[in-house]
Design a protein around this ligand. Structure first.
Ligand code: SF4
Length: 128
């Protein structure tokens, strides 16, 4: 399946001599072959970190990254902010609705290791 997508994109310059250049070209073509659809799950103050990346200053759509409203069409579950034990159930439910291949990206310290809420009894300390 990946190979069929790669074949649709023309190779501009064939570098036959250098095997590393060929691997790099394949990687670049693979990255260009498909957009990443993200579903953001924003909690706490981490939610305000996302709009600057989405709007005109950094404009993530020019890199092919687009927000998606449904977990069924999303490739990446982007979690910003802390995750409490209560919201963790919703995160897992959302993750289970996503199709494979799927990835989870935490963009805040609080998401990954509890951050400034690490002493709280209600915060998930390690999000794998
Ligand atoms: S790391 Fe924690 S405190 Fe900092 S912006 Fe993210 S959620 Fe807020």
């Amino acid at each position: 399946m990946v190979m069929s997508r790669l074949q649709k994109i023309p190779v501009v310059e064939e570098k036959k001599g250098n095997p590393l250049a060929r691997v790099f070209d394949d990687l670049v073509r693979f990255c260009r072959s498909r957009s990443l659809f993200i579903l953001h799950y924003c909690t706490g103050c981490g939610a305000i970190e996302l709009p600057p990346a989405m709007t005109s200053r950094f404009d993530m759509e020019r890199l092919g990254i687009q927000p998606m409203v449904s977990p069924r069409q999303a490739d990446i579950l982007l979690i910003t902010g802390y995750v409490s034990i209560k919201t963790l159930k919703r995160v897992i439910l959302t993750y289970e609705q996503m199709g494979s291949p799927k990835y989870v990206v935490g963009i805040c310290s609080c998401t990954v290791n509890g951050g400034m809420y690490w002493q709280s009894y209600a915060t998930a300390k390690k999000l794998d």
